[in-house]
Design a protein around this ligand. Structure first.
Ligand SMILES: *[C@@H]1O[C@H](CO)[C@@H](O)[C@H](O)[C@H]1NC(C)=O
Ligand SMILES: *[C@@H]1O[C@H](CO)[C@@H](O)[C@H](O)[C@H]1NC(C)=O
Length: 614
């Protein structure tokens, strides 16, 4: 009978604990929101429903949006509000993701919304904000997807930090007084309106895909899509083989020949790789995180590279065809690739990547490897043939290669879902929610199995993978992960390995100039933390200036006993699996110990990952 009171005691205790912690969190939310209300000059009537005696998530509070009893949005539109906005109070609400003050009467410089690190939407349309926005204002707002500042009186240049927002999808700056040139935005941008400002100069080629309306009402803008060519030849010089170039080269017969040759080489390259240019987002299937600046600029860059490589003009292109190393998907040649519809996927440390859909129905990724020029043809052939023999469900097997002295192509099957990076951060209509906990765990386990294979196959290598990051994890239709770009270290010019391979971006190399098999473990840890937190790791960014330092965030969170807050809010519904998620989070943390001696061994990491349950 003694069991009953003990049970009751525990129950009551738990209940009280739960109740207290819930009411504590809503107490701070209530307090923060009331502080905000107090900072506004005329909110009493509009926000009279904000009753301190009921929870902000009770559904009674006007404009307060909640998810799972936490405040996630503030939608205070059309209320005639004005006065200062107490952003510090809002910053206390860590779950806040959307801030909307559309159509109110706020004036003065833009408030300090940059303190709201995790927000995804900032909507300030139709107010009377004015003055310039500091250049680095958006620096810490890496999660922003939507920014609407239209219909205010903002002036000065478009802040350059806007261009570093790699998740940005909608940018509306119309009807302001912005001046100066338009910077280049990431290719994730799906909706853009810069009309009716005072912007000047050429429209970046990467933005030519938007409609002319997006740029209307800026008298000093020129270039596509506007019907107004730029006078300045600089704006045109990125376009290969255009009229301006011809004019500049003059009428002399010899220079005309050169122009014709350049145009012919450009045409060949364009034909080969850019048959149909389409918009494409960063971090695509072939997997690098940097966006292609624009297809035309890419074409020009390719052309330049081709022109500088004299061997191309001779007969070598005819001689060197494609070498098949794995014909399970059929045999093809350079001719088939040249006739394929091609699309730029992205470019990064190792070179650029294209998708090519061949007439046979086979769709491949062609990677141009610029940094593999130290090795002779025999070594290269032997390595790629070894890759071609790999048969593992979690490791991609190349199909073919093409060897030229200055440049190599490696060809593999195209995965329609793209990379893990793309699925997590690419924003192409699929929601994160597709990535539920069982799927994420399946991906991590698949990665572990792929690594287990590579650690056997290339056991003598310092870096059996060496370039492990989410953009090099491709996903099959049913989310089975396939590792790509592995075991490249012996192929890469040592002088550029530090730039080209992700292993060289870890503390092992940055602080101690030493990479080892433990370095791959660190990279695995970053992917685990990325998958569990849903964050874009700053480690992937070229200078670490965008995204979240997931290693730091997680180690701080664990030391402060706040692990639960680290989990991606999109996994919130899976409450039954919370402990298993935390178990995986801890494995990720143990893989990212900065001291390689304290870090898990690959074998141990794999064993512990296999133990995690759905
Ligand atoms: C803006 O808000 C005011 C109320 O402050 C409302 O009367 C007006 O219709 C709103 N305008 C638009 C365009 O929604
Ligand atoms: C916009 O700001 C400028 C000064 O920066 C001021 O001269 C102008 O009157 C303002 N326009 C509106 C509509 O408030």
């Amino acid at each position: 009978m003694a069991a009953v009171p003990v049970f009751l005691f525990v129950f009551v205790f738990l209940f009280l604990f739960l109740f207290l912690s819930l009411s504590l969190s809503s107490a701070t939310e209530t307090e923060s929101l009331l502080r905000l209300k107090a900072s506004l000059t005329n909110a009493d009537a509009a926000l009279s429903s904000w009753n301190p005696n009921v929870s902000p998530c009770s559904g009674i509070w006007t404009g307060v949006v909640c998810f799972n009893n936490a405040v996630t949005g503030l939608h205070l539109s059309h209320m005639g509000l004005s006065g200062p906005i107490d952003v510090d109070a809002l910053a206390q609400i860590h779950t806040l993701r959307t801030v909307s003050f559309i159509n109110n009467s706020f004036t003065g410089p833009i408030p300090h919304f940059h303190k709201l690190g995790p927000i995804k939407s900032l909507l300030l349309t139709q107010n009377r904000f004015s003055g310039p926005i500091p250049p680095d204002y958006f620096h810490s707002l890496n999660s922003l997807k939507k920014i609407w500042l239209s219909g205010n009186n903002f002036s000065g240049q478009i802040p350059p930090s806007l261009t570093q927002l790699h998740l940005l999808k909608e940018l509306h700056l119309e009807y302001n007084a912005f001046t100066g040139p338009i910077p280049s935005f990431p290719n994730t941008l799906a909706s853009l309106d810069l009309s009716n400002n005072k912007l000047q100069g050429p429209i970046p080629e990467s933005l030519a895909r938007f409609q002319a309306q997006s740029f209307a009402g800026n008298d000093a803008l020129c270039g596509r899509p506007l019907d107004k060519p730029c006078d300045d030849s600089a704006a045109y010089s990125v376009l290969p083989g255009n009229v301006k170039d011809e004019e500049r080269y003059g009428p002399a017969w010899a220079t005309k020949v050169i122009v014709v040759m350049v145009v012919a080489v450009v045409a060949a390259v364009v034909f080969l790789f850019l048959h149909s240019r389409r918009r494409r987002e960063a971090g695509a299937g072939a997997g690098e995180f940097r966006a292609v600046s624009s297809s035309a600029a890419a074409a020009a860059a390719e052309a330049e590279a081709e022109v500088q490589a004299p061997s191309v003009r001779g007969g070598e292109r005819k001689r060197a065809d494609i070498v098949m190393v794995n014909d399970e998907r059929g045999v093809f040649g350079l001719q088939d690739l040249m006739k394929a519809a091609a699309e730029v996927l992205g470019s990064g440390g190792l070179g650029s990547a294209y998708k090519a859909a061949m007439a046979s129905g086979l769709c491949v990724v062609v990677k141009r490897m610029r940094e593999m020029n130290k090795i002779g043809k025999d070594v290269f052939d032997a390595e790629i043939r070894q890759f071609g023999r790999i048969r593992n469900p979690n490791v991609i097997t190349p199909l073919a290669y093409h060897y030229r002295k200055e440049e190599k192509l490696i060809i593999a099957e195209y995965m329609p879902k793209g990379s893990l990076f793309y699925v997590m951060h690419g924003d192409r209509g699929t929601s994160h929610s597709e990535l539920n906990w069982p799927t994420r765990l399946k991906i991590v386990k698949g990665i572990a199995r792929g690594l287990s294979f590579l650690y056997t196959e290339f056991s003598t290598y310092d870096l059996p993978h060496g370039n492990l990051k989410s953009s090099n994890v491709l996903l099959s239709d049913d989310y089975e992960p396939l590792l790509s770009d592995y075991a490249f270290q012996p192929l890469i010019n040592p002088s550029v390995a530090t730039k080209a391979l992700f292993a060289y971006k870890t503390p092992d190399y940055v602080q101690n100039q030493k990479v080892s098999q433990k370095t791959d473990v660190y990279c695995l840890g970053i992917i685990i933390l990325e998958i569990i937190t849903g964050r874009f790791p700053s480690q992937y960014h070229i200078n670490g200036k965008a995204g979240t330092d997931v290693v730091q965030m997680v180690s701080t969170g664990i030391s402060e006993n706040r692990e639960a807050e680290l989990i991606d809010p999109e996994l919130e519904n899976d409450t039954n699996s919370r402990n298993n998620m935390l178990q995986l989070l801890h494995i990720g943390a143990a893989c990212t110990e900065s001291n390689p001696g304290e870090r898990l061994k690959m074998k141990e990491a794999i064993r512990r990952i296999e133990e995690v349950q759905v």
